[in-house]
Design a protein around this ligand. Structure first.
Ligand code: GA4
Length: 332
């Protein structure tokens, strides 16, 4: 295991801490084998109950994940002054501690990237001086795979919802102008603080993802927690061979609240570096987001007013991480 950095104690403030070990592991996270015939029904159930599920039998080659993880570790192992050349995150680029523009902080460093090949190519030279091509191809190949996987899964979801238009969600992710985002996260271990206080640092505070669907893959370090329907928090056992899917706010709106965009957070691990990679599948900026007519029952009222993804994004970037961003768009 590579320990990427060892923080000094005075560097911890003002990051919030969390009493260690008081969140149980979730015993029943939905695990969906997408090659099985009943997977579309299982996916819909998981999106309704949890807004979260694990996908197995996904056909994504392990070497693709390993290659990108190695590139991420290589980058995060550079001296801070080097990494900062790829920042600040405005919103794209290298970020350290600060999350978003409104004062949120966490025990994290990250690279936030626009998902288009041109923009990855552009960014690669400031991320990897010695081999930008290698970084660029690892990220682009991975994003291509994630888009394909996301489309396959949301098409199964459309089928499970009995929608005529099977590509009603996937066409948004396939759109040339799709505003999808990619993120590499590194949560350094916080062993000093843990030993001294029995507390862990919050890596990424609780929030929902604004997009349609997110796909998260991490190494085998614990840290991800999700909030259940009753508001309680559970830890998600890590699994580096599988993908975790997170329902975003836009999918909650398009399903008129049938699906829940799950609140989630990451607690820094006390022993191990956690490295995660997340694809956030979003629509184009001009796309109108509203409950799907084809899904509405007779007499069913829309819970949200229609908005464009541009409007939603703008309002998201004015919010704090933990805010209920859909509140502004809910009909009263
Ligand atoms: C949460 C999901 C994604 O990581 C992200 C985040 C974004 C950022 O880090 O710049 C935001 C956050 C996320 C939601 C509210 C705003 C924007 C930080 C923040 C405080 C990339 C995204 O799309 O929204």
């Amino acid at each position: 295991m590579v320990v990427l950095s060892k923080p000094a104690l005075d560097q911890f403030s003002p990051i919030k801490t969390y009493k260690s070990n008081n969140t149980p592991f979730c015993p029943n996270i939905p695990v969906i084998d997408i090659t099985k015939a009943d997977s579309s029904a299982q996916l819909v159930k998981a999106c309704q109950e949890f807004g979260f599920f694990k996908v197995v039998n996904h056909d994504v080659p392990m070497e693709l994940m390993n290659k990108l993880e190695a590139e991420a570790i290589k980058f995060f192992s550079l001296p801070l002054s080097e990494k900062e050349k790829a920042g600040p995150p405005d919103p794209f680029g290298y970020g350290n501690r600060r999350i978003g523009p409104n004062g949120d902080v966490g025990w994290i460093e990250y690279l936030l990237l626009r998902s288009s090949p041109e923009s990855i190519l552009q960014r690669s030279s400031s991320v990897s001086k010695d081999n930008p091509e290698s970084f660029c191809s690892a990220v682009n190949n991975y994003i291509t795979m994630m888009r394909k996987l996301a489309c396959g899964v949301v098409e199964l979801i459309a089928e499970g919802l009995k929608l005529q238009e099977r590509n009603v969600f996937s066409k948004l992710l396939m759109d040339e102008e799709s505003d999808s985002v990619f993120r590499l996260n590194h949560y350094p271990p916080c062993s000093d603080l843990q030993a001294l206080s029995g507390r862990n640092l919050i890596g990424f505070g609780e929030h929902t993802d604004p997009q349609i669907i997110s796909i998260l893959r991490s190494n085998n370090a614990t840290g991800l927690q999700i909030s259940l329907k009753d508001g309680s928090w559970v830890s998600v056992p890590p699994d580096q061979n599988s993908f975790f899917f997170i329902v975003g706010d836009s999918l909650q709106v398009m399903t008129n609240g049938r699906f829940r965009s799950v609140r989630h957070r990451v607690i820094a691990n006390s022993m191990k570096s956690r490295v995660s990679m997340i694809y956030f599948g979003g629509p184009s900026l001009s796309e109108k987001i509203a409950p799907l007519e084809s899904l509405m029952k007779e007499g069913e009222e829309s819970l949200y007013r229609e908005f464009t993804w541009f409007e939603y994004k703008k309002s998201a970037y004015m919010s704090r991480l933990a805010d209920n961003r859909l509140g502004n768009f809910q009909k009263t």
